[in-house]
Each structure stands twice: as C-alpha cells, then as structure tokens.
Design a protein around this ligand. Structure first.
Ligand SMILES: Cc1ncc(C[n+]2csc(CCOP(=O)(O)OP(=O)(O)O)c2C)c(N)n1
Ligand SMILES: [Mg+2]
Length: 664
C-alpha cells in the first residue's frame, strides 16, 4: 500500500534502501522477535545489487535462467522478505510482512525454502547458504555447457555474514569454488565486525580476504554504504575469471538512531523509542508497512526490469531444439525410459543370484541408470573406489568446460552435501555423492536441510557396519542408522542384496520431495531376492521375503547384510519344526507410509519376534514390540576381520535361533 500524501519526486537510491531498513525494523518490532541489524546494514548493497545487477522478474520467480540470490546470513530474513515485497513478488504481500515469524505465514524467522517464491534455499544454519550456493553455481556451469548460453547464462549472488565465514563448512565451500573457478559466483560479505556476543575480534582474527585469495578467489573490499563504490565493485565482480568476494564494510543496524554499529541490533526489536528516533533521522514519515508512492514505484520498476530479458529467453527456448529436454529436466521429470535398463537387469538378477557387496550392487545400478538419466551428476568425497560411485567412461566435471558428470569433491563431506543440495535446488540435475556411512556425521546438517526442504539429493553411504572390518570402530557406524532414521522426510535404505539396491535407487530417483541415503555394505552378501516380482517390494519399506511353512510361530526381521543371517536362522528353525517367516526391512519410513492392515500383516503380532541388524537397537521396538529380541550392537565395534567381529559381537544365525527359543 502506498501513502498518497507523499511527494511524487523520483525516489533516490538512499530512500529505496531506507525502505528496506524501515520494513525490517518495523517487521521485527511487530513480531517482537527477529534480526533488524543485518538487513539495515546490508540495505545499500542489496539495493544496488537488485536494481542494477540481479537478473530477475518478480512476476516469474521460477524463470529458469534467473540469477540466484542466496541469503546465507539467514537470520537477516527481513532483508529478503522486504526485497521480495518491494519488487512486487505476488506472494510477498504487506500482510505477510506484517505477520513475520507467525504461525502459518510465509515469512518464517529464517527464510525457509518452499514457502515464499523467491527464496532459493533454507539458510538458518550459518555457513550452509554459502556452501549450498556452490552447488547452484556448479549447476549453472554444467547446464550452460550442456544447453548453451542461450538457455543457461546466469549468476549466483550470496549475502554472507561473519558467522557464515567462521563456520568450518565455509572453508570446504570456498576451496571448491576456487578449485572449480566458479566465476559466476559472487559472495557479498557483510563485513560489519559484529556477531551476537559483540565484536568479531572476541573470537576471530582471520584475514578473510587472504583466506579467499589463497583458495583462488578474486577479492575486493568496498564501503558497503557507498552506492557508487558498490556499483563499480559489483561491475568488477562480473568481469572476473574466478569466484569473487566483496568484503562490504558496513555498520550493523545502519540508520538506527543510537544503536547503529551495536551488536544489540543483531537479534532484537529496536523498541518504540529507538524506532521513532530512527524514523526521524531517516526523515521517514510513514506508518509501519506504508510506502511512499515514489519509493514503491521505483522498487516495482526494479521488479519489472527483467521482463524483457525473460521474454527474450522464452523466445530462445521456444526456438531451441532442446526445449523439451531442458524443460523436462528443469521440472525434475525423469526421461520416459529411465528405468528400462534397470528393470531388465533386475529380471536377470533373480536368475543369476550374484553374491556381492551392496556397494557393488549400487554401482551396478548406477551403471544402468547413468546413461538413461542424463541429469544424474555424481561424485565422492575422495572415496570413489570404495563408494562405487563412478560409472566407467564418465568425463570429470571441471573448468573450463564443466560438461563432465563426475565430481571430485575432495575430503569435504559437509561441503559436498550442502553443494548437492544446491545442485538439486537449482534444478536440471539430480545429484548423488558418496562417503563412508560413519562420516554422515560430518554431512548430517546438510542431509537434515535436504529433508527439511524436500529435495532429491542422494547420499551413497558405504561401509555400513562392523562388517567393514579392520578399519576399526572409528570407521564402523553403530548409531548412524538410528540417527539417520530419526530425520523426518528422509528415506534411509539399507538394501539386503542387489535387487533391493536397484529397487532403492529407483525409488530414490522417482521421489522428488524426499532425499535418500543408501546404506551399503563393504562386504559380500548373498542374493536374497531370488523370485521375480512385478512389484518394487522395497517401496513397501518392509515385506515378507520368506513365508512360514505353516501357521507362523516366529517372525524374523533384518536389513542389509544381516537379512541373510535371519534367513539362515529361519532355515534352522523350520528344520526343527518351528514355522518361521522372515521380513526384510529396507526402509523404515516407507513402511510407516503403508496402510495399517498391511503393516499389521507384516509385523505379525502373536508370533515370537526377533530383529537382527549390526547396529544399535533404537527404533526396532516398532517391529519387535516389548517382548521381542534384538540381535545387534550395544556399543562400539573393534578392529578385526569382519567375520571375527560378527562372531565376537554375537551377530549370527545361532544367536537369532537362541533368542527365538528363549521366547517360544
Ligand atoms: C550454525 C549456526 N550456529 C549458530 C547460529 C545462531 N546465530 C544466528 S546469527 C549468529 C551470529 C551471526 O553473526 P553475523 O553472521 O556476523 O551476523 P550479524 O550479527 O552481523 O548480523 C548466530 C551465532 C546459527 N544460526 N547457525
Ligand atoms: Mg556480523
């Protein structure tokens, strides 16, 4: 809404920036919660960026060739909400702004992906926005190589704070961007020397500019309140052949009457008196959320600046022979014949019954999928040979062409996973990445965000138990399955053999709004799916893989490499006249999505129930109930050959049989 009393003189850039400041302080004041300091401090930089550089069209937040603006300092969410509102994004209404941080509003405390069009990534956890942006920039380069610059030619701009740069993941991100010469990436560092507790110098003395330079970035410092200087610095950034850092020297809470420059503006409402004085100082006479007509007009014009470029792009797309494929890939649809080769292979496998490690099975799945799904782009955090993530003949992703589909992530699990989120969010590519499962602890914050955002990113986590053997307990996950299963909206697959591994890949790729982790064994395991099925049984989450010979007295549950132990135990029990059924449980969360009748039929109440998994028990109560037994781990593993470890830790068919007999 505009205030008709306002003078009609053309708004100055300073007034445009002040509009951000006032919206931020008023929004936070109304919510009695939030962070006014950062948006007020970065208002000048953001105004120049949005009005002179950012390629966007507020009426088409999903325009595929838009520049990506990423607010890594997500606590300053009022900055992005104000910008979206001012430039005329339909969803960013005055009402949404005045409902900042309230139940049901699109204006969450930290900008959450999927609520407000124009928000590219969820960036509550500091550093992750920056790390995620690397994936955006990689996707742009790769797709530009694939489809040409007529269709893909945009930049990624990131606003990051001191906190983002202090977080360790920033180092992984910076190193990747530097190594891959991602020159379409610009980080605008809000160099205000302030964090929550006070001065940055309380806890940090890093020469950030030197750090970025050392990683291969082009670096420039600029007065973050001098719009002319900001403009030429941004201009400079677009001309570099490296990723660029602009250290924008700013004052937190810039414009606040008495609190400018103080850490007190970081994360609290300024208060009525300070706001009144600030209004006076800025000569801003308008009520909260009212905009002077000239300022409103100027910002709306900025929101329409990209219309011409967008229309020209649409015309190029319409004329392109690649239009259909590009549009399909950007929508996230799979090619029609995506799973033909995989399904043919599954049909063969039930006949050939290969005994192999499930990491090999996963590699075999990728062999079938990589050609059929050209948007698959994969890699490993320096464990390619162990993770079986490389498909023979795949060109490596690298400057200057970027057409390769295999990414050498280096030893950067968190950076890799955050960048994978960026790749997925950018669209047009489907990322997977590998490491040892135990190191999912390093990448967990990014896995959590992928689940929260509901995106298709696939983790290949090999060496999934004590079965990895001699590397010992530092490398042997015991609590990780439970920990991963605890993350909402994450599919944690632990396939028992090659067929299940291939089925898991099919589900992971077909499910657009849920990420997956493939938990895969280092050691060989026999084929257990030896009967052809027209259904993807893994999609049930749990299913009966072996029926009892008569009325079942016992139900055995297992996953991964331990399912074979359950089947062996069942054989012994059957031989002794105890009708025993076996249930494979490749994915807990998919089982929870089945109807109650199916779940009951699988769980088999009234039978003696025993589960086996070389991990901790947590979560298995769901299957075995209070009276059931669990054969697994209760503490950390040890360093020894796998067979010795299974024997010493008592994870064996005999132990399962004994647990059953104790309960019969
Ligand atoms: C990983 C992570 N740790 C801690 C926080 C809590 N937190 C939010 S903002 C902030 C201080 C950030 O300082 P800076 O980036 O300099 O922001 P400024 O105070 O300049 O706005 C902290 C510790 C967080 N959001 N994410
Ligand atoms: Mg700061």
């Amino acid at each position: 809404m505009t205030d008709s009393k306002t003078a009609s003189a053309k708004a100055t850039p300073k007034q445009m920036a002040d509009a951000i400041r006032v919206l931020a302080m008023d929004g936070v004041e109304k919510a009695r919660s939030g962070h006014p300091g950062m948006p007020m401090g970065m208002a000048d930089v953001a105004t120049v960026l949005f009005s002179k550089f950012l390629k966007f069209d507020a009426s088409r937040p999903d325009w595929a060739d838009r520049d990506r603006f990423i607010l890594s300092a997500g606590h300053g969410s009022m900055l992005i909400y104000a910008l979206l509102h001012l430039t005329g994004y339909k969803a960013a209404t005055r009402e949404e702004l005045s409902n900042f941080r309230q139940w049901g509003s699109k204006t969450a405390g930290h900008p959450e992906y999927g609520h407000m069009p124009g928000v590219e990534v969820t960036t509550g956890p500091l550093g992750q926005g920056l790390a995620t942006s690397i994936g955006f920039a990689m996707a742009e380069r790769h797709l530009a190589a694939k489809y040409g610059k007529d269709l893909v030619d945009h930049r990624t701009w990131v606003v990051a704070g001191d906190g983002c740069l202090m977080e360790g993941v920033s180092q992984e991100a910076i190193a990747l961007a530097g190594r891959y010469k991602l020159n379409r990436l610009t980080v605008l560092w809000d160099d205000n020397e302030i964090t929550i507790d006070g001065k940055v110098s309380l806890s940090d003395a890093t020469d950030q500019k030197a750090r970025f330079k050392a990683a291969g970035w082009a670096v420039k410092a600029v007065d973050g309140h001098d719009m002319k200087a900001i403009k030429s610095a941004l201009q400079w950034a677009t001309k570099q052949d490296k990723p660029t850092l602009l250290a924008c020297k700013t004052k937190i809470g810039k414009g606040a009457a008495t609190m400018e420059g103080s850490h007190k503006t970081h994360g609290a409402a300024l208060g009525a008196a300070e706001i009144a004085a600030t209004r006076l100082g800025l000569a801003w006479e308008h009520e909260p959320f009212d905009l002077p007509e000239n300022v409103d007009k100027a910002w709306k014009k900025v929101g329409r600046q990209g219309v011409k470029a967008r229309k020209a792009w649409e015309a190029r797309l319409a004329a392109s022979s690649q239009a259909a494929d590009f549009t399909r890939a950007m929508k996230g649809d799979l090619p029609e014949s995506a799973f033909d080769a995989l399904n043919a292979t599954i049909a063969e496998l039930v006949e050939t019954k290969p005994a192999q490690a499930t990491r090999q099975s996963s590699g075999a799945a990728l062999d079938q999928l990589f050609g059929a799904i050209p948007e698959l782009i994969g890699g490993s955090a320096d464990l390619t040979g162990s993770n079986n993530t490389f498909v023979a003949g795949t060109p490596i992703f690298d400057a200057p062409t970027y057409e390769g589909r295999y990414i050498n992530w280096g030893i950067r699990e968190f950076g890799m996973s955050a960048a994978m989120n960026g790749l997925a969010l950018h669209g047009g590519v489907i990322p997977y990445g590998g490491t040892f499962m135990v190191f999912s602890d390093y990448s967990r914050p990014a896995i959590r965000l992928s689940a929260l955002m509901g995106i298709r990113a696939i983790q290949v986590l090999t060496h999934d138990s004590i079965g990895l053997g001699e590397d010992g307990p530092t490398h042997q996950p015991v609590e990780h399955l439970a920990a991963l299963r605890a993350i909402p909206n994450l599919m944690v697959f632990r396939p028992a053999d090659t067929v299940e591994a291939m089925e898991a890949w099919q589900i992971a790729l077909s499910t657009r709004t849920t990420p997956s982790t493939m938990c895969l064994s280092r050691q060989k395991t026999p084929a257990v799916r030896t009967v052809a099925s027209s259904e993807n049984l893994t999609a049930r989450g749990a299913y009966e893989i072996k029926a009892a010979s008569g009325e079942a007295k016992v139900t055995l549950f297992g996953t991964g490499t331990e399912l074979a132990l359950a089947l062996a135990a069942a054989e012994t029990l059957e031989a002794e006249g105890v009708p025993t059924r076996v249930v494979s449980v490749p994915c807990f969360s998919l089982f929870e999505q089945q109807d109650a009748a199916y779940q009951a039929s699988v769980i088999g109440r009234g039978t003696v129930r025993v589960a086996v998994e070389a991990a901790i028990k947590q979560g298995w109560e769901r299957f075995i109930g209070e009276d059931g037994a669990f054969v697994g781990m209760t503490g950390f593993g040890a360093s020894a050959p796998a067979e010795v470890l299974y024997e010493k830790f008592g994870i064996a068919a005999e132990a399962i049989v004994a647990a059953v007999k104790a309960r019969l």
